[in-house]
Design a protein around this ligand. Structure first.
Ligand SMILES: Nc1ncnc2c1ncn2[C@@H]1O[C@H](COP(=O)(O)OP(=O)(O)OP(=O)(O)O)[C@@H](O)[C@H]1O
Ligand SMILES: [Mg+2]
Length: 362
């Protein structure tokens, strides 16, 4: 059990590459924290610095209040599971899990007990005598996780541990990882570039871009209160629909207009935009589930359905607004066929406004 603190951590490779820039973060004991961001944003580098596999250019790292910035990996009490979960092919599953425990000079009986517990927790108890080549990818993945939890680290680091698994196994395994976390209560930092994985696992998500933190928050925060266009676009599938709009003030009422619609803002939304004058250009962000199918008389917008993708529990309806594709999550029934006209409104409680110059949420 441990806390993790990064203070203004920067990592440069050579003169040009700044992989991580002024990264500060506090991870409380037992938290499941997810680092999320596009490829190359510095997730792995951050993890490697915490593990001690990469030197820090600037800043400090504390584990449980101890400055570990200059400590070698073995003195940090951290376990890491990597993207390519290298399990040792020449050792059985049992030996793989026991290896680090032997290095710790644990006695045989305790090793046996610990290996069995870890194998139990990761559901590979029946496989401990096999070699990795006799296991599926998902099972090998569990061996890597079992090996990491067996050492009972203060801090558990996982770098895209599910990326080699097929979609279904990935979802099943992530549920198990969550259960394992609930059992071990080890502070965990988990890296992914899969936003749905992040949403389902995290207590808090750190969204990174170009080596920097863009937002830290609960899954609910980053989804419903995205700080800027990047986050609103990155989180959620289908992503937020963005529409260029202009502010119109008419008889004291505030409207948002564009060539396709003109609607009056609720008093709450109008208040959010009170510092903006008429003709101000904004970006309206509407989640696909916040565009509602209504009768023509209540609609603010009508359009033809371009395609509709049934998803079982719902359907995703695409319409075109100018050159933009707008996606709507609609109830599964009735099925909306291509070419059918749909009448739509926005759930004003769930829409967001972004400054088109800065990209920041208003
Ligand atoms: N050893 C290195 N030498 C030079 N540049 C590096 C080195 N390692 C990483 N980088 C660069 O640092 C940046 C961050 O890399 P990092 O591996 O941390 O990204 P990531 O977020 O883990 O990406 P991915 O999702 O693809 O794994 C990238 O631009 C990468 O090219
Ligand atoms: Mg990486």
């Amino acid at each position: 059990m441990a806390t993790l603190t990064l203070n203004n951590v920067t990592k440069r490779f050579g003169k040009k590459v700044v992989a991580v820039n002024d990264f500060s973060l506090e991870v409380p004991d037992r938290e499941f924290l997810v680092l999320l961001g596009p490829s190359g944003c510095g997730k792995t580098t951050t993890m490697r610095m915490v593990a001690g596999l990469e030197e820090v250019t600037d800043g400090t790292i504390f584990i449980d209040g101890v400055d570990v910035t200059d400590l070698p990996p073995r003195r940090r009490d951290v376990s890491m599971v990597f993207q390519n979960y290298a399990v040792w092919p020449h050792m059985t599953v049992y030996e793989n899990i026991a290896y680090a425990l032997k290095l710790k000079r644990m006695d045989k009986k305790t090793i046996d007990k610990t290996v069995k517990e870890a194998a139990e927790m990761t559901k590979i108890a029946e496989l401990v005598d096999r070699y990795p080549s006799q296991l599926s990818g998902g099972q090998q993945q569990r061996v890597a996780v079992a090996r990491a939890i067996a050492v009972k680290p203060k801090l558990f680091l996982m770098d895209e541990p599910l990326s080699n698994l097929d979609a279904k196994l990935r979802v099943a395994t992530r549920t198990e990882l969550k259960t394992i976390h609930d059992q071990t209560e080890a502070t965990t930092v988990f890296v992914t570039h899969d936003q749905s994985e992040a949403m389902s696992l995290a207590d808090r998500i750190v969204i990174m871009k170009d080596g920097e933190i863009v937002q830290i928050g609960s899954p609910d925060d980053v989804y419903h209160r995205s700080v800027n266009l990047f986050v609103a676009d990155f989180i959620g599938t289908p992503p937020t629909n963005f529409m260029d709009v202009e502010l119109k003030v008419e008889n004291g009422d505030r409207h948002l207009i564009n060539p396709h619609f003109d609607f009056k803002l609720t008093p709450e939304n109008a208040a959010k935009l009170q510092n903006y004058g008429r003709k101000k250009k904004l970006v309206l962000g509407v989640r696909p589930e916040s565009i509602l199918l209504v009768g023509e008389e209540d609609s603010i917008l009508s359009a033809q359905c371009l395609v509709s993708e049934p998803q079982g529990s719902h359907q995703i309806v695409a319409i075109e607004l100018g050159d933009k594709l707008v996606k709507i999550v609609a109830p599964a029934h009735p099925r909306i066929e291509s070419g059918k006209t749909v009448h739509l409104t926005f759930d004003q409680e769930a829409i967001a406004f972004f400054d088109s110059d800065t990209g920041l949420r208003i």
